[in-house]
Write a protein that binds this ligand. Structure first.
Ligand SMILES: [Fe+2]
Length: 211
């Protein structure tokens, strides 16, 4: 349960928050690595897909014990959003410079990866349901248990942050909010949602020609 499904989606569309909110798990290390990460974005009529890349970096605390090789990694987080509230995530890591960025096939074959599903839907004006599903290709249950413990921490961090933000928005309104560079994808999603909502509005329907 969470206070606001729109803010939850906003949160997942701006992954710069990972460096600050999830420091103890998936966001450890240099915050600027998350802010200056490479983003590949692809808009669709019914949503948007983006992939965040951090190259040649130390694995975050939550992943440090999962790999079976030494040295730095390339890590990715692919987010595929289908309006209004279904998000498919593919996160993973590979040895740095081993071709992860160049080849999706290599990522699938050689990467240590996790698939997530986030389903978000409003319940009332001030509450929503958040369904979270997780699967991995980890070779043993200890690894799975370890990463799941991290997810329990970070899901609670997200919930607390979104609830606090909803409270602030209720108190002060949203007119004073100013998008910054890291809001780029979030703003793209807002435009797509607005377009889809407008298309569903019966008052915008085009008259059908009589024959
Ligand atoms: Fe988060």
């Amino acid at each position: 349960m969470c206070s606001n499904s729109t803010l939850l989606i906003d949160n997942l569309m701006d992954l710069s928050h990972v460096a600050y909110l999830h420091k103890s798990t998936v966001g450890s290390g240099d915050p600027m690595a998350h802010v200056s990460a490479k983003f590949d974005v692809e808009e669709r009529a019914n949503g948007l897909k983006f992939t965040k890349w951090i190259f040649d970096t130390e694995p975050p605390a939550a992943f440090a014990n999962l790999r079976d090789y030494a040295g730095k990694i390339d890590r990715w987080s692919e987010q595929d959003l289908f309006s209004p509230g279904s998000l498919f995530t593919w996160i993973g890591m590979m040895e740095a410079g081993a071709g992860a960025y160049e080849s999706e096939q290599l990522r699938a074959e050689k990467g240590l990866t996790q698939r997530l599903f986030h389903g978000m839907t409003p319940e009332t004006e001030d509450s929503c349901h958040y369904f979270f599903v997780w699967a991995s290709d980890f070779p043993n249950d200890d690894m799975a248990d370890s990463i799941w413990a991290s997810f329990e921490i970070l899901l609670e961090e997200d919930r607390m942050m979104v609830d606090a933000q909803a409270e602030r928005n209720r108190e002060f309104g949203e007119d004073h909010l100013v998008p910054i560079a890291s809001d780029d994808i979030r703003m793209r999603v807002k435009r797509i949602m607005t377009r889809l909502k407008s298309a569903e509005d019966p008052s915008n329907a085009q008259p059908v020609a009589q024959v």
